[in-house]
Write a protein that binds this ligand. Sequence first.
Ligand code: PMP
Length: 362
Amino acid sequence: MTKIFNFCAGPAMLPEAVMHKAQNEFCNWQGMGISVMEVSHRSPEYIDMAQQAEQDLRDLMEIPDNYKVLFCHGGGRGQFAAVPLNLLDDKLDADYLLTGQWSKSAVVEAKKHARIAETNIMTETADGKISVQACADWQVNAGAAYVHYCPNETIEGIELFDIPETGVVPLVADMSSTILSRPVDVSKFGLIYAGAQKNIGPSGLSIVIVRDDLIGKARQAIPSILDYKVQADADSMYNTPPTYAWYLAGLVFKWLKEQGGLAEVEKKNIAKAALLYNFIDNSSFYANYVDKSVRSRMNIPFTLENDSLNETFLKESKAAGLLTLKGHKLVGGMRASIYNAMPIEGVQALVDFMSAFEKKYA
Ligand code: PMP
């Protein structure tokens, strides 16, 4: 059978070794004779596993002790609401930097609760590519409760490698599609959140990494389930957490450690992205419209010069075992999401296919 590679932006490919492990112990977890899905989240076995998962994440990201790690429900969008409800404190204003569709969606939700100053920091280069203003040029409102930005825009394929300097104003990052793809200095952030279904594990879970001093400021009307203090005090078990997703995330964290940690993972991600971008840049049949300085390593959108070939490309790539290459409907074209679990062989298979397709139709 043709080897299948899944380029979906999320839910995304999971490491094969993790799925085999989960499969092997699916019906009999830790010799208990039942599945982890059937085990109480209050049982000592589950709590041990949950704590170990948190510790492994802390080790991987070198999360300082003055940060809590929360395992929440509600995905990325859940945090679009939770962030303003928790962090506004007695302030009214928050700053949002706009770099694409996901940062715009975060604003829509935040506007229900705060006065939002939106700063569009997207620019266009002389040769018509999408770019983003240099970090040092971003104006931060010193009176804002926090500054929010999205270091990896999954739809446009824009990734920001510099971290904005926001002084005393806490910096909040939606890392849904870049978390764990490279080391980051967590101490530069007030809060990091991420939906799980890309580099962490299955959907249904979001991870929040929040500095202690930002916990306990929530507005009274906040639903308890979104309140970081409630969740932190209950070790993320205020209600039944997404137990299977948490377990699987724990397996992914172990797998990442076995890969040598985030510095090693980053090297592989750089090599994978370079392979695909170099191929696209050397072809006049395909194009990527993002400036090199802000190209995402995780989500690589590309267009076909002749877009009447789009459907054929999707049909033939699928037949070749290369799944879910259709770009997001807002931008069209194609998109290859190559998160941590995508091996370089998958990217090579895509490049080989694209090259053969070009020869056939150019
Ligand atoms: N932020 C980013 C950067 C995303 O890519 C996504 C989903 N693709 C979301 C937020 C929304 O996540 P969810 O579907 O888990 O709410």
